[in-house]
Design a protein around this ligand. Sequence first.
Ligand code: NAD
Ligand code: UDX
Length: 346
Amino acid sequence: MAKNSANGDHQTTTKPPPTPSPLRFSKFFQPNMRILVTGGAGFIGSHLVDKLMENEKNEVIVVDNFFTGSKDNLKKWIGHPRFELRRHDVTEPLLVEVDKIYHLACPASPIFYKYNAVKTIKTNVIGTLNMLGLAKRVGARILLTSTSEVYGDPLVHPQPESYWGNVNPIGVRSCYDEGKRVAETLMFDYHRQHGIEIRIARIFNTYGPRMNIDDGRVVSNFIAQSLRDEPLTVQAPGTQTRSFCYVSDMVDGLIRLMEGDNTGPINIGNPGEFTMIELAELVKELISPKVEIKMVENTPDDPRQRKPDITKAKELLGWEPKVKLRDGLPLMEEDFRLRLGVSKKI
Ligand SMILES: NC(=O)c1ccc[n+]([C@@H]2O[C@H](COP(=O)([O-])OP(=O)(O)OC[C@H]3O[C@@H](n4cnc5c(N)ncnc54)[C@H](O)[C@@H]3O)[C@@H](O)[C@H]2O)c1
Ligand SMILES: O=c1ccn([C@@H]2O[C@H](COP(=O)(O)OP(=O)(O)O[C@H]3OC[C@@H](O)[C@H](O)[C@H]3O)[C@@H](O)[C@H]2O)c(=O)[nH]1
């Protein structure tokens, strides 16, 4: 009931609250997206950041511990108002308000992931748990960059996503391949148990500009060796195969997967398959016809063949790679020449 007050006759009815400032709801009307990229200072991560930053509605936050990545890869974005770079190790918890998480943090080159195997498995397991915890807390969608290495030394060829793999659980590569397998399990458990929106990409060998010169992976090794006039080191027997995807195709596939409706896992890779001898011969032909090819000892558990079945990526994401190895290698050569200071002989 209304009461008269000593100061006059006005009523003390419960008025509706004032209309909130339109800014209060602006988040719901702005299509702005805050996107976290873990491992964004690395090879694939930095190309992904470049693509995400092209969209003016995206704000990008990179976290990286700079184990194999570098600030140099992101130098054009440092200081940009929509970009933030934080030194952070994903094995430690993180709290940031984001809408999407691309979780790439993990060394990818065998020499680096074997260097501190315990740290690699911690990165894959604890790092992924931390990022899933973050996704759960802030309601973000999370994409994991898994790997073709989950198929181990595959007995099915080419590899469809339905193949469970042939992995040595106690070998020197296990910190990485079993680590990624657990990371995939965690993604699905959080999805089933907590309703987290997940996406899993199984990435096959990817190459392109910005790979570390001494990264140790085969394409970067062969290009660096050819430019330094050193023999191309083919690891025996040289008949093992890989399928190489150019990095711009990879980034396109990852973004399509994140934006689409399918959890995956989905293979993202280029089905063109090459033996390591064929790759060395192609590098020789395109970059340095006089370079020698030398057979050297291999490392344990090296997968003998690998080629993605990309039927799912084609059907569900409308994605397929565009850049052939023969066209991608010269683009990488250009970048390596600049960084090594070796100009092209005319
Ligand atoms: N490049 C490929 O051929 C390939 C193939 C399959 C899967 N992948 C996956 O894609 C992702 C990116 O690979 P890449 O080739 O760009 O490798 P990369 O080594 O260039 O990048 C990895 C990045 O993660 C960072 N990082 C590593 N451990 C971290 C930690 N504990 N905390 C925070 N940051 C950490 C590194 O400093 C680096 O910047 C990885 O998850 C890798 O497993 C890559
Ligand atoms: O100098 C070299 C380096 C490597 N190789 C051979 O090239 C092949 C590819 O080796 P890489 O080290 O480039 O990469 P791998 O295919 O073994 O592993 C990669 O797989 C997919 C991702 O998850 C990772 O990027 C990485 O683990 C292997 O058969 C290896 O024996 C050479 O012949 N010479």
